[in-house]
Design a binder for this molecule. Structure first.
Ligand SMILES: *Cc1c(COP(=O)(O)O)cnc(C)c1O
Length: 446
């Protein structure tokens, strides 16, 4: 095989000026693999010459692609504000700026400045959070899944937890409540039927080995028709009477009253907190609109017990989470909702959305798009089946082809009735000019 002799030697190949200044070990590896695959192609007689220039280009491209960030900012024009696949809630730039000195410097994360000794990392958010939720104590862990696990492991290991069959949900990403309970060491005592659970079902399930009565928010599904569940107040009272812990996994807790009557089918956080629950937990990055975290609130005695569990070390949050969460909580206390993009987007009214869509349409050209009314959902496994109004820009043309082209430009829209829509419900004003530019590029306009 004469061609094989024309294959470059790796050492000499990478000394080409094109590769100057690049990291040698990585470059050597990429070059070796490229030359090896060319050797195989020659042996299989798939190539008839060795083109060193194109080999150089290929190696350079592979090297450059290696350093491209894998995580890319997207424009979410799906209309789904809490998009599970696109990072759930957003952090506003102003909150990020406020947290930046903590993230980029040493801090008193676990240092008591008064005493000059070791301090407690969880104290930094607990003061503000207790104030916001009006509870005795709080604890923040990695996410709400971790909160569920920690609570069950601490209080119900080898003991029974009574849960309604209608609440044994799978949240998505294969997080199944029954599986998590099993892993935590808790024994699941299911009560009721899928569609109906009554207070007596809970009462009859209580035995010496019961540790807890648990309620789980149904999250991403809703039951219609012949169904019944037991409200938290009743569960709480029953637990109290029997000296048991009551725990409500809320999934997505939220503070203000939601627009479009979105919260009317469930008890609000305020109503639940008014029952003085032993423990509740919810996600930091669902409707609460902050960072990924699991927020646990309840009685001081129980929170103290959670803090003593060695597992907490594995589930703990770092300074980036704590500093951003602290800023979100302060924004809530100041009712500065514009600093919480999840809420800001949800609270935009249809008139404002229409004005924004019309402005974008005018910039693109009225010939290429229409402003249409539609409905959307919150997403993130919250508020199932609850649609609310939105406004979208319908880009004229073949929907599937447009969807793909926009996606290639990192704009994710949606297709409805074979129309490609860019939904304004999930669009921050700060991305509008980029969106206009992308529309022009995709449609090949000046
Ligand atoms: C979303 C959800 C969880 C998991 O929360 P993460 O923050 O995603 O870990 C647990 N329970 C319920 C009811 C949920 O809706």
């Amino acid at each position: 095989m004469k061609l094989l002799r024309e294959l470059p030697k790796v050492d000499k190949f990478i000394s080409h000026p094109v590769f100057e200044g690049l990291c040698t070990p990585l470059l050597t590896q990429i070059a070796r693999e490229a030359i090896e695959s060319l050797r195989e192609a020659i042996l299989k007689e798939e190539v008839s010459s060795v083109d060193e220039e194109s080999l150089i280009q290929r190696v350079k491209n592979t090297y450059d692609a290696f350093f491209e960030p894998s995580l890319k900012p997207l424009i979410n024009a799906t209309g789904v504000i809490l998009h599970t696949n696109m990072g759930r809630s957003l952090i506003s730039e102003c909150l990020l700026e406020r947290a930046k000195p903590i993230i980029c410097n040493y801090s008193n994360l676990e240092y008591n400045l008064q005493e000059g000794c070791r301090g407690e990392r969880y104290e930094h958010v607990s003061g503000h959070l207790k104030n916001l939720l009006h509870v005795e104590d709080v604890l923040v862990v990695n996410n709400n899944a971790a909160a569920v696990f920690l609570i069950l492991n601490t209080f119900a290991k080898n003991k029974e937890v009574v849960v309604s069959r209608g609440e044994l949900v799978e949240i998505g990403g294969s997080f199944r409540i029954p599986e998590v309970m099993k892993q935590s060491g808790a024994l699941l005592h299911e009560v009721g039927a899928t569609n109906k659970t009554k207070p007596t079902d809970y009462a009859n399930a209580i035995s010496e080995n019961t540790a807890m009565l648990m309620k789980v928010h149904q999250s991403n599904f809703a039951m219609e028709g012949f169904s019944e569940d037991v409200n938290y107040k009743t569960i709480k009272a029953l637990a109290h009477k029997n000296g048991l812990i009551d725990y409500y996994d809320l999934g997505s807790g939220y503070i203000p009253k939601l627009p479009y009557n979105l919260g009317n089918r469930e008890a609000s956080l305020d109503e639940i907190l008014a029952c003085q629950p032993s423990l509740i937990s919810f996600s930091g990055d669902k409707l609460f609109g902050s960072v990924q975290a699991g927020i646990i609130a309840g009685s001081k005695e129980l929170i103290d017990a959670l803090k003593k569990n060695q597992l907490l070390r594995m589930l703990r949050v770092d300074k980036i989470t704590l500093s951003l969460l602290e800023e979100s909580i302060k924004a809530y206390l100041k009712e500065e909702y514009e600093a919480i993009p999840t809420l800001w987007l949800l609270f935009q009214n249809v008139e404002d959305l229409t004005q924004r869509a019309l402005r974008v349409r005018a910039c693109v050209g009225e010939h290429y798009c229409d402003v249409v009314q539609s409905d959307t959902y919150m997403g993130g496994g919250t508020l199932p089946n609850r649609k609310f109004p939105t406004i979208a820009l319908h880009i004229k043309g073949k929907a599937s082809a447009l969807e793909k082209k926009f996606r290639e430009h990192y704009v994710i829209g949606r297709i409805e009735n074979e129309q490609f829509l860019l939904d304004f419900r999930s669009l921050l004003p700060s991305v509008e000019s980029q969106l206009i530019q992308t529309i022009k590029t995709v449609l090949d306009l000046k």
